[in-house]
Ligand binder design. Sequence first.
Ligand code: BF8
Ligand code: SF4
Length: 710
Amino acid sequence: MDDVKNEGAEPAAAKGAEPAARSIDPAALEMLAHADDCGIETAFSRADGMKPCPIGEKGACCRICSMGPCRLVGKDAEEKTGICGADLPTIAARHFARQVAGGVAAHSDHGRDMAMTLRAVAKGEAAGYKVKDEQKLASVAGYMGIATDGREVNEIALDVADKALEQFGQPHGEIIYTKRATPRRQKLWRELGITPRAIDREVTEVLHRTHEGVDLDAENILKSSLRCSLADGWGGAMLSTDISDILFGTPSPLSSEVNLGVLKSDQVNVIVHGHEPTLSAMLVEASRDPELIAEAKAAGAEGINLAGICCTSNEILMRYGIPAAGNFLHQELAVLTGAVETMVVDVQCIMQALGPLAQRFHTQLVTTSPKAKIPGAVHVEFDEHRAPETAREIVRMAIANYPNRGPIHIPDYHEPLVAGFSHEYLNYMQGGFHRGSFRPLNDAVIAGRIRGLAGVVGCNNVRVTQDEGIVEMIKRFIAEDVMVVVTGCAATAGAKAGYLSPEILDSAGPGLREVMEAIGIPPVLHLGSCVDNSRILTVLTQVATEGGLGEDIDDLPAVGLCPEWMCEKAIAIGTYFAASGAHVIFGVSSPVEASSVATHLMTRGWEEMVGGDLEFIPDWDKMFARSLELIDAKRAALKLPAYDPSQYGDSGDSPYFAAIREYLAAHDEVETVGSPVYPLAEGHSHDRGEGGHDHAHGAGGHDHAHGEDA
Ligand code: BF8
Ligand code: SF4
């Protein structure tokens, strides 16, 4: 690879003054015009009046001590130092490492809360919750070395919860899930001394090292950020995914809808926003409670409509089929419809602007976490010991608020989607429950029908056109026979643009289409929320160990992209993918751009050290070209045939997809929402609520992270 220099400061995709440049989503554009008409500001309009600080944006500002802030600017910036002598590589690396630590802390604290809930469930102290996926519990117990034979479910669950909680502060040893990586990766991490030891310890250590006057070597600082990030990907986030599956069911594909048009003009609309599935799962139950529906009707509404924003949305979309109202930049737009009675928020990615905005409408903003309060919101604290009551209380508040509605403006955009692919389900699709495997996928990559794999993940960011980079990458990848997995706000962006609908098979290249029809999965797979990027880690690990594509993630023709990254969590995710051997490309701008040394360390330096790296390429064309270059280079290194799009002809329409299309056409939207669209794997649950349609099959949960058995 050539010496990588980051692109210029001005993202090619940066939005101009034209309103159309704010988003590619017509629903967003309609709502932004509506906001202008009403004279209401949003993040989009505030961004026009607040340019990013050009010094801080590139990592050239240090404010770690009060002798500064020191800003290293000018042509000779790389020769300058701060008051203490810290140079630009140190300053940029310190800031980056602190971003990683912030992201790891956020995901992992979420994981800790999930473990606390599991513990309360196991002890019979959390009414309304139960272990829903016993097979997943058994798999997780297996990873943790916890005996299951002849033991009660809750006994196992208690041990699993305690083992999970130990991962945060254990004084000795390594984070247990690092054993799920390939043997080669585990060895490499040990040799480099970057196997994470305990989650809280890695976060604390990065904060210590980056305190004034401690670690002053950029390479060493960045190396510590690799270890810290692994405590997220193979620690906090992976625990969060696993425990959510245990409590709420391992996802398998179901249909739903996305975009602001899922709000109903004649129903009580409750939006859940944030990241944790605990309270929102109870709100799903409450919104389907006949008694509460009757109360809503008595208040003049036709029913209760629950919808989601951000990753709380992904969590309940892929387990209950609850429609998604939108991604990060849709949060204010949802309130602007005037049709939201209550917006319930938990933690992360919640804009403080929601407080004053909600006060301009009848919308009640409800905060629920003791860690996350917002001025102007009503605080109804979530307590897992009385979650069903809390959920009912919130739904009743929404019902009582329905008559206070003023004029409403709901944009009529809602796309069908299929969501909820888990690692377990992908195994099942390719080999059945007893012979779960990734063989068909690997063979397709080896033969060149599938050129490679791409993960398109992460946020929205007002500094670039909303959804544009994400959708461009998805569209171009599948046309070039690259299979795509999506999570987080990128998944929602793809869905809004129609890329999570089975119809999209027609936009895929011929080789990819042939394989997807044969296996029976679409070319763009929704793998969940941002903590569920851990599912991508275990999927890649299995692909690497299945045979024929090398031995480890850094052998695979795969890339990870975060075109519209916004927050520290995204930085943590990008870093743990790099540390796990993946080439990762972010858009927007580089937080270390000011330092060519730090940039070099994170690209060529990391590639030499761990096989993966982190680049920042704000231009979509260049991002895509670089992705294909990386994929093709890995194919060549594996001595696989070069990708040749003319090799595979147009395939026939598979009976499988024809059946899905027929199914979707035959049902009206309301009935289709939340319905399983693929045969259910054993052990996978779909909870449609009313009608008692709860498929929680006993077995399944077949997570082959082969690395650990090898
Ligand atoms: O954790 S993608 S904007 S919502 S951080 Fe936030 Fe980014 Fe969305 Fe989910 Ni992930
Ligand atoms: Fe300036 Fe050094 Fe203090 Fe940073 S730590 S603000 S570079 S004096």
